[in-house]
Design a protein around this ligand. Structure first.
Ligand code: AMP
Ligand code: MG
Length: 486
């Protein structure tokens, strides 16, 4: 194996983590390899399929140079403060560089108990492991900043949930695993020194072009990153489902694919997570929750300042960053939607055009993904999904307005259509197809999984033979809820 580890996080000192080795799995067997990502990391996909590769994926074999550890963090879960969380079923293996020289964390997930497991077993059932693999790579292919999965392996052990399920481990790849909750942990202990160390570390790792190295600069960068992240989620109809502060990375990547799902018909109240009883993390609430989470980060950074000294100045600046968030989000979302509508520049009146469209979509209950793709296909002659899509009658007036508006856009129609099709996917991992793929795989039949993987990792290319994967569920195919699967 050629991975060269270089563990800067481990060098920060052990108040940030507990060193820990994975538990041994009884019969490791590679299940799926993300070949594209393997190549980016300079790892031979064939090796990951080998016996040795399976030992690495499950953590039975510790790679040379790795420094496995469980990171500590805290967080707000569904709005309530939880003073102690941490990697309860994951371990940081170490850091590597990809072919472009980017530093990345490698992490085992499902590799056994750690000091932060509380009552959990540190293990993961196969279903949620495959869901994370499939949906995170779909997100990456859609251009969403996200953690990814390098490979998964069966452990050969059973994991006890409501029933006994096959266990599996995945290797997660992230720009880092530092969370808002990481800062909150040290804030709640009034450990200003640890906060300063983390601020410096996070800025130099994720925002190296930023000259100032103080907490306000970090807050500002994270605010922008989260605004852009949630704007792209919203434009795609992605519902994260568990936007707790321990699931929000400071690098701005999507993490935690437990109860996530893409919505079918456009409805701001959509919730899939089986544990989100009050709809706190409903589709339409995601921007407001991101704002709330950013305020938790602002607060967590306060103990980095002495009460007398610069604290007042920080508070003023931090309030400014928090207040700016809705505008930053709105701008990021506006740009995403303009691209979807084929507008190469934003003009006065465009925001109204977009808002009216979204309101009309919600009222008509039209499929979010198909609707934007149909717009792209309408922009010029194209083979595609239009036969599967019927414009609700109520869209007539809006379509006329849109057609008048694009006629004034400077771009040539063919270029416009191409640009629209490049941001409006044909294939998203629709829940009913994901469930089907996971069910098959858990019975040893990987055809549906492989077919869905091929479609969602090439999401903008229409293919007739995959059209069935692009359409919304028939009433009897609908999946009402997703489960965290811990
Ligand atoms: P999550 O809901 O995945 O964000 O996890 C919340 C917390 O519960 C984190 O600290 C996890 O490490 C921990 N956790 C989740 N599942 C398990 C498990 N099976 N064993 C131990 N800890 C877990
Ligand atoms: Mg989590």
């Amino acid at each position: 194996m050629v991975l060269e580890f270089d563990n800067t996080f481990a060098e920060l000192g052990d108040r940030f983590y507990s060193p820990r080795m994975p538990e041994v799995s009884s019969a490791p067997e590679t299940l799926w390899v993300n070949e594209g990502l393997a190549r980016e990391l300079g790892v031979d996909p064939e090796w990951l399929h080998s016996e040795e590769g399976a030992l690495f994926i499950t953590g039975n074999e510790i790679p040379e140079g790795a420094d496995p550890l469980a990171q500590v963090y805290a967080g707000h879960q569904f709005g309530s403060w939880v003073p102690q969380l941490g990697d309860g079923r994951a371990l940081l293996i170490g850091e590597v560089h990809d072919h472009q020289g980017r530093r990345l964390d490698l992490q085992w997930k499902g590799s056994g108990r750690t000091p932060y497991s509380r009552r959990g077993d540190g293990r993961a059932p196969l279903g949620p492991i495959l869901r994370e693999l499939l949906v995170s790579e779909a997100m990456h292919s859609l251009g969403v900043p996200t953690t990814r999965v390098l490979a998964t392996a069966a452990t050969g052990d059973r994991v006890l949930r409501q029933t006994a399920l096959p266990g599996a481990v995945l290797i997660r790849v992230a720009s880092s695993h530092l969370r808002i909750g990481t800062m909150e942990y040290f804030a709640s202990r009034e450990d200003g020194d640890a906060l300063k160390t983390l601020v410096e570390y996070t800025l130099s790792r994720h925002y190296p072009e930023r000259e100032e190295r103080h907490p306000l600069a970090l807050l500002d960068e994270v605010g922008q990153a989260i605004a852009e992240l949630v704007a792209v989620w919203q434009s795609l109809g992605f519902i994260h489902g568990v936007m707790n502060t321990d699931n929000m990375l400071l690098c701005g990547e999507t993490i935690d694919y437990g109860p996530c799902a893409f919505m079918n018909e456009h409805d701001p109240a959509t919730v899939f997570s089986s544990i989100d009883h009050r709809g706190r993390y409903a589709y339409g609430n995601q921007p407001a929750i991101a704002h709330w989470n950013l305020a938790r980060l602002a607060q967590a950074l306060i103990p980095a300042f002495d009460p007398g000294g610069d604290r007042e100045e920080y508070l003023k600046g931090a309030q400014g960053v928090i207040d700016e968030f809705p505008d930053r989000y709105a701008e990021a979302f506006r740009d995403r939607l303009a691209a979807r509508l084929g507008l190469s520049e934003v003009r006065e009146g465009d925001e109204e055009l977009t808002a009216d469209l979204l309101a009309q979509m919600a009222e008509s209950g039209v499929d979010h993904t198909l609707m934007f793709r149909a717009l792209a296909e309408r922009a010029g002659p194209a083979e595609g999904l239009l036969p599967h899509f019927e414009w609700p009658e109520a869209f007539g007036t809006w379509l006329n307005r849109w057609e008048e508006r694009v006629a004034e856009d400077p771009r040539e129609p063919a270029a416009r259509q191409e640009a629209m099709a490049a941001v409006s996917p044909v294939f998203i991992p629709r829940n009913h197809r994901v469930e089907e793929a996971l069910e098959g795989a858990s019975e040893g039949s990987w055809d549906a999984f492989g077919e869905l993987w091929d479609a969602v990792t090439d999401p903008f290319t229409y293919r007739q033979d995959r059209a069935h994967l692009a359409t919304p569920p028939a009433p009897e195919q609908r999946v009402a809820a997703t489960f965290c699967g811990t």
